[in-house]
Design a protein around this ligand. Structure first.
Ligand code: UTP
Length: 297
């Protein structure tokens, strides 16, 4: 069995929900307190045993490459001022423990189109796709959970999570056939952004996929779907007709940083754990709550 060593992080979307911040900056560079979301994703990949990562970038969004590159002037400055803790934070972004590769998606034609650009990088190996929209916390990283399942089934597997029924049309949704073991589903169909009344379940695809390389043959011929974009979910549905594609229900905590409210929520939750700001932030939240309660009267 082949080891899962490679990951793709697509970061070439237009990020329209965060305009104007994302006009010249990739959405994945927006920080949660002090760390860009893409760094959390790269750290999850490393913790899951991934060795090589291909980041798919959009036009004029070089900030991701710069973030993971060395910054000699800054590093010298911090070293000369003996700011060793800060220097370590900067150097940790370069000594990240995985090999990073980059490719540009010329047109934002959809997630499926972005993934198809990774064909020669991936070759003939199973690989994972990790979206910067979702930050996950659990005892075992979600990507590692998928790899553990793959080592048993040797089949593609996607992460899913139950979402409130009125939110299903924002996601790809699975039509589960059977639960072969707790939290592991055989899937009848994968449907991208179904209308609420047509959604086959409340099990939504969240941003981690483990796929076999046969997906690339399908993506080569994939017609545009919802939003006139090449949809990865459509290609996965086709793959599921010739090979099993499982769904793994994630039971840990998911932070949706791809929309404004989720982003603010995540910032607060992470802030409440951040050693430098947690006490002040807690105090501030209590004060705000008190003020809002008074105003509400
Ligand atoms: P989203 O559906 O979140 O789209 O893409 P988006 O453009 O990033 O954001 P909004 O909806 O306009 O605010 C899901 C993932 O697929 C990547 C995105 O960067 C994100 O990680 N993506 C999407 C691409 O890399 N290329 C595309 O053409 C589309």
């Amino acid at each position: 069995m082949q080891k899962v060593r490679k990951a793709i992080i697509p970061a070439a979307g237009l990020g329209t929900r965060f305009l104007p911040a994302t006009k010249a900056l990739a959405k994945e560079m927006l920080p949660i307190v002090d760390k860009p979301t893409i760094q959390f994703i790269v750290e999850e990949a490393r913790a899951s045993g991934i060795e090589d990562i291909l980041i798919i970038e959009g036009k004029s969004k070089r900030s991701i490459e710069d973030h993971f590159d060395s910054a000699p002037e800054l590093e010298q400055n911090l070293a000369s001022k003996k700011k060793t803790a800060m220097l370590k934070l900067v150097q940790d972004t370069t000594d990240i423990g995985v090999n990073l590769f980059y490719v540009r998606q010329p047109h934002p034609n959809g997630l499926g189109d972005a993934i198809s650009l990774a064909k020669s990088f991936v070759g003939n190996e199973p690989f994972v796709v990790m979206l910067g929209d979702d930050l996950m916390t659990d005892k075992v990283p979600l990507t590692k959970q998928l790899i553990n399942e793959y080592e048993k089934t040797h089949a593609s597997i996607l992460a899913v999570k139950r979402v409130p029924h009125d939110e299903v049309s924002a996601y790809g949704v699975i039509d589960p056939e059977s639960e072969t073991e707790p939290g592991l589903f055989n899937v009848k169909k994968f449907v991208e952004k179904p209308a609420i009344e047509e959604a086959p379940s409340d099990l939504a695809i969240i941003g981690r996929y483990l796929l076999t390389p046969e997906i690339f043959e399908i993506l080569d011929h994939q017609a545009p779907g919802k939003g006139n974009e090449i949809q990865l979910t459509d290609a996965i549905d086709t793959l599921n007709q010739t090979q099993r594609v499982f769904a793994h229900e994630f039971k840990g905590k998911r932070y949706d940083v791809g929309n404004k409210f989720g982003f603010v929520q995540t910032t607060i939750e992470y802030g409440l754990k951040h050693p430098e700001v947690k006490d002040e932030l807690r105090q501030y939240i209590l004060e705000v709550a008190q003020r809002l309660t008074k105003e509400g009267k």
